[in-house]
Design a protein around this ligand. Structure first.
Ligand code: HEM
Length: 462
């Protein structure tokens, strides 16, 4: 589904031939394009493709560049002229720190990826089968017939529990999952605001919103410290990612510092919970709004399982269910915006990019581009059938990213999401209730504002 290697398209033209990217329209005085990035960021980012493959934006006094075509987003992600940095990562620094895998660059990043990789290798995923199955069935088993479920809480709970139980092996997570979910929701919302309106010291004023944000931040870091302290106090060293992090050494063979351990656990919990939680909310939305697809998923699952509860080993055979997940991620990618910084004077598509420039691009906009997808806004899982999928341009579908920063958890996440979708579709019909708000809430990730669904057990309706 995602693509790894293509020659970077940068840095090859003489600088005299390079052009200045055009300035995007729609700015207002002072805030310039930041206004649009707050008011209707998805439409704004999607509209940029009409101005060119690379366009200039102004967030207040700051200039940045937006890359809009699949080919150039691939080139950007694969080129060594760009590293992880820019407004997104700076706004996240208070949360992620500077020493974790999501924000590190260079040798430290390579070493951290090596430490993490074994936990996410394809052959490690079956080791998580029993937890994924238990959690998928616990999710649907908890609900009563006719109950109205709060999808935000339900989706975050399972996302946090699975990440914590599989990768940090903690029963202690049960009581902390709610706290973590609440803290992350406040933090991701506040961080998006800090990214597009970088007002620095104003965010330190003792206003209610800032106090809520700071409280959530403090609680989140406290939970992470508790997780590390409890594992150490237990004296146990199970074969999991937390043990790998605690035993990791630096380039000289010395143990890594406490800050790096802390930042690494933060990276796993934030990256793992928010993305999976948001995607499960959109999958619930799909099942409610497209009953024909819910029925098709159910029929596929029943043809594979012959009526027994769906299991991890069925995932491979659930092709259509898998395509439903991919299509949901195309239209509502959890990570809808990414940023990079140029580390050298360079170019993208014949446009000059000076060293130090911030670059932004949106998987959401790229994955909804009518030039890449016919009927681009239609929910059509069959576009991922092999004969049709090959028509999709390279880099036009990269919900897990591309290159050396690609999500290490793509196999883990796809297995979990397919299993959860199968369990949901075979257990219930879902319908939105009055008061449910399914509009898109834009933060660092995308999820519905407040999705509320009524559950009707499948066995009753057939
Ligand atoms: C990085 C998406 C689940 C851990 C990324 C990136 C994307 C992404 C797009 C690349 C960022 C970039 O290029 O700048 C997703 C989606 C998920 C998901 C859509 C599920 C629906 C997870 C889970 C975990 C995880 C479950 C861990 C438990 C990470 C980490 C990175 C990352 C550690 C940073 C990698 C690096 O910088 O080297 N993810 N992710 N992700 N993801 Fe995921």
């Amino acid at each position: 589904m995602t693509v790894e290697s293509a020659p970077p398209g940068t840095g090859s033209r003489p600088s005299s031939e390079l052009r200045e990217p055009p300035l995007a329209g729609g700015g207002v005085p002072v805030l310039r394009h930041a206004w649009r990035m707050v008011r209707d960021p998805l439409a704004f980012m999607s509209g940029l493709r009409d101005h060119g493959e690379v366009v200039r934006l102004r967030l207040g006094p700051k200039t940045l560049y937006a890359v809009t075509s699949p080919e150039l987003t691939g080139a950007l992600a694969l080129s060594t002229d760009f590293e992880i940095a820019g407004p997104l990562w700076e706004s996240l620094e208070e949360l992620l720190g500077k020493e974790g895998v999501a924000t590190a660059n260079g040798p430290r990043h390579r070493r951290q990826r090596r430490t993490m990789q074994p936990a996410f290798r394809l052959d490690a995923i079956p080791g998580y089968a029993s937890v994924m199955e238990e959690e998928a069935h616990a999710l649907t088993g908890r609900w009563q017939a006719g109950e109205i479920i709060d999808c935000t809480t339900e989706a975050f709970r399972i996302a946090v529990r699975v990440a914590a139980r599989c990768l940090l092996r903690g029963a202690y997570m049960d009581e902390r999952a709610e706290r973590l979910s609440a803290a992350l929701d406040t933090l991701f919302r506040g961080m998006y605001r800090r990214m597009v309106i970088p007002l620095g010291p104003l965010y330190r004023l003792p206003l209610p919103a800032n106090r809520r944000f700071n409280g959530a931040l403090a609680d989140f870091h406290l939970i992470v410290d508790e997780i590390v302290a409890e594992r150490r106090a237990s004296g146990q060293k199970p074969n999991d990612l937390l043990t790998a992090l605690l035993e990791a050494t630096d380039g000289n063979g010395d143990p890594i510092g406490e800050q790096e351990i802390h930042d690494q656990v933060v990276a796993i919990l934030t990256a793992g919970a928010e993305t999976v939680g948001s995607t499960i909310m959109w999958l619930l939305h799909v099942l409610a709004e497209h009953p024909e697809h819910a029925d098709k998923v159910r029929a596929e699952v029943e043809s594979v399982t012959a009526g027994r509860p769906v299991a991890f080993e069925d995932v491979r055979a659930l092709r259509h269910t898998n395509n439903v997940v991919i299509e949901a991620m195309r239209l509502r990618p959890a990570i809808w915006i990414l940023t990079r910084r140029a580390v050298a004077d360079t170019e993208l598509g014949g446009y000059r990019i000076p060293a130090g420039s911030d670059i932004v691009y949106s998987p959401y906009a790229v994955q909804r581009d009518p030039r890449s997808y016919t009927d681009h806004l239609r929910f059509d899982p069959d576009r991922w059938l092999p004969e049709r999928a090959k028509e999709v341009p390279k880099y036009a579908m990269t919900p897990f990213g591309v290159g050396n920063r690609k999500c290490p958890s793509d196999h883990f996440s796809m297995a979990l999401l397919t299993l959860v979708t199968a369990a949901l579709a075979t257990s219930y019909h879902f319908e939105q209730t009055p008061g449910s708000k399914d509009g898109t809430r834009v933060g660092i990730t995308l999820h519905p504002h407040d999705l509320r669904l009524r559950t009707t057990p499948r066995s009753r309706q057939g």
